[in-house]
Design a protein around this ligand. Structure first.
Ligand code: NAP
Length: 247
């Protein structure tokens, strides 16, 4: 299998896109660290599912906004599997409201998880990725980082910030042979999408050339390819999975 012997950390993997990524990587033979903040039950199910498929996985509770908790996660990962090869910064939140109504707290919370969490995890696992043969940093951004979206000034700014960060890390990692890329999903069927009002969802789907929202597997399969050794000549990219929304 394409991920045999590779160890991956997936943040926010107790539900949604992160859970789908973790299960897909496990199905490809990876050892998976299933990070969660509050979805412990979901994380246990993800581990069970990976083990059913013959893979190995552990859960690790850490709030990605806490550097101490992320460092404790690294200890757990090392104890279970040794140094990691792949970090997937997937944990993310929204706090949507029109900019005129947006509080500084709503701005800070979104920055803290989406950008601060990415900083903490990348900082903590950077040496592992650098030293791995074909190490991978994969940041889950969003089409909203490119296009903006009504009520999401904080989220759009954070997701666009991931692009510049990823390109810079790609440059810094390159001489060691490891890569960094962003995946930018379009609107994907998860709890996050459920928070969007139905009339807005209808408007969005009418703007998607492929005529449907993304399924979690659409994102997970691309991440699986980038995480594998087969993608070794792709770095510094923002790869869209959005049904043609920006055509
Ligand atoms: P979701 O269903 O709302 O799940 C969010 C995930 O992030 C949960 O697993 C949650 O963990 C985790 N999380 C949030 N804050 C955290 C923290 N401080 N520490 C650790 N984990 C934390 O979201 P999703 O739709 O799966 O989205 C996953 C990623 O894809 C996000 O980065 C999102 O921005 C991006 N994305 C989503 C869409 C979409 O339409 N769904 C589109 C483009 C991009 P717990 O449940 O354990 O707290």
């Amino acid at each position: 299998m394409s991920m045999d012997g590779r160890t991956c950390v997936v943040t926010g993997a107790g539900r949604g896109i992160g859970a789908g990524i973790a299960e897909h990587l496990g199905s490809q033979g990876a050892n998976v660290v299933v990070n969660y903040r509050s979805s412990g039950g979901g994380a246990d199910e993800v581990v069970d599912h990976i083990e059913t498929l013959g893979g190995q996985a552990i859960t690790s509770q850490a709030d990605v906004t806490s550097l101490d908790e992320v460092e404790a996660m690294r200890e757990q990962a090392h104890e279970a599997f040794g140094p990691i090869d792949v970090l997937i910064n997937n944990a993310g939140i929204t706090k949507d409201t029109r900019f005129v109504n947006m509080s500084r707290e709503e701005w800070d919370q979104v920055m803290d998880v989406n950008l601060g969490g990415m900083f903490n995890c990348t900082k903590t696992f950077y040496d592992d990725i650098w030293e791995a043969s074909e190490g991978r940093l994969i940041n889950i951004s969003s089409i909203v980082g490119k296009q903006g979206n009504f009520g999401q000034a904080n989220y759009a700014a954070a997701k666009a910030g991931m692009f510049g960060f990823t390109r810079t890390i790609a440059i810094e990692l390159a001489s060691g042979g490891s890569t960094a890329n962003c995946v930018a999903p379009g609107f994907t069927r998860t709890d996050m999408l459920e928070e969007v009002p139905d009339n807005v969802k209808d408007r969005i789907v009418s703007q998607i050339p492929l005529g449907r929202f993304a399924e979690i597997e659409d994102i997970a399969h691309l991440v699986g390819y980038i995480a594998s050794e087969n993608s070794s000549y792709i770095t510094g990219e923002v790869i869209d999975v959005n049904g043609g929304m920006d055509l």
